[in-house]
Design a protein around this ligand. Sequence first.
Ligand SMILES: Nc1ncnc2c1ncn2[C@@H]1O[C@H](COP(=O)(O)OP(=O)(O)OP(=O)(O)O)[C@@H](O)[C@H]1O
Ligand SMILES: [Mg+2]
Length: 292
Amino acid sequence: MSYAPNIVNLGILTGAQMAQEQYDKNNPTPRHPKKTSTTRRLQTLNRKGGAGKSTTTGSVAEELGRMGYRVLVADLDANASLTKAVGLRLGELNHSVYDVLMSPRKLLETRDAIVQLSHLNFDILPGSENLGYAEPALLMARRQHALQERLAEVEDDYDFVIIDTAGHESFMHTLGHVYADEVILPTEADIANWETIETTLASVRKVVEDGLNPKMRVRAIIVTKYQQGTKFGEAMLKKLNAEYGDLLLPVVVMQTVRVREAQAFHQPITAYAPESQPAMAYRKLAEYLERG
Ligand SMILES: Nc1ncnc2c1ncn2[C@@H]1O[C@H](COP(=O)(O)OP(=O)(O)OP(=O)(O)O)[C@@H](O)[C@H]1O
Ligand SMILES: [Mg+2]
């Protein structure tokens, strides 16, 4: 394994000079200093696959970045869907979150695995399809603090760090729970999702009760992929409002082909079509998070 910092989109290397130029381009000094004196640590969570977690993570990260905050996204999904969605090719990366979690700091600094995306307003610690191999090793060694330890090296550079995790249960969730203090829960507005919302909320309560992270709390529930005019959608919104009105973002993210179109251009909707309904809804979420 090479321990050179991440260099992406190199094309054909013609020599050390070109490599250096590319390295400077992809890993320049930080875009700008962080805006606040704190670091907010968030995790996007829903035990159901396809609920809109990665879309929400990328969209809100980009929006916060546009608002002048320095944002890092850590992709803790073994499918690495967010990493791929922003246009990174796993095969071209020297390092990923897998290497960071599995290597000691003296061999690999977290900073050297982070990619500063030149076309977007946030940085990413890329995901890896090898994460599945890391899980048993970390679990056996009881290293649930591994992510927290490795992010501590860089988090002072950021106003927001957002962890994106998979839908299915994994030890990666535990790593995220230990690290993150605030949860964003994206959900589809379908009664079939009710149970998953309650399971997800219960899992957060358990994190607190077990002392894994006493500070963790659900910060926002956001309805994604909303289809207007459906009876089940309206019923779900009413139920969510009645039960969790204090957590529910008062704007839904509409289901629209533009979100998928944006993905084809390796951009979150907030970068691709900032005036579209989903982008405006994600802007509301970013503003809500900004208020602390
Ligand atoms: N508002 C929207 N309109 C249309 N399609 C959407 C919208 N939001 C998300 N999608 C699409 O729904 C699919 C699932 O979204 P996403 O990948 O964000 O879910 P996820 O919860 O991260 O899934 P996983 O559990 O697999 O990680 C993706 O193909 C995405 O493009
Ligand atoms: Mg995802």
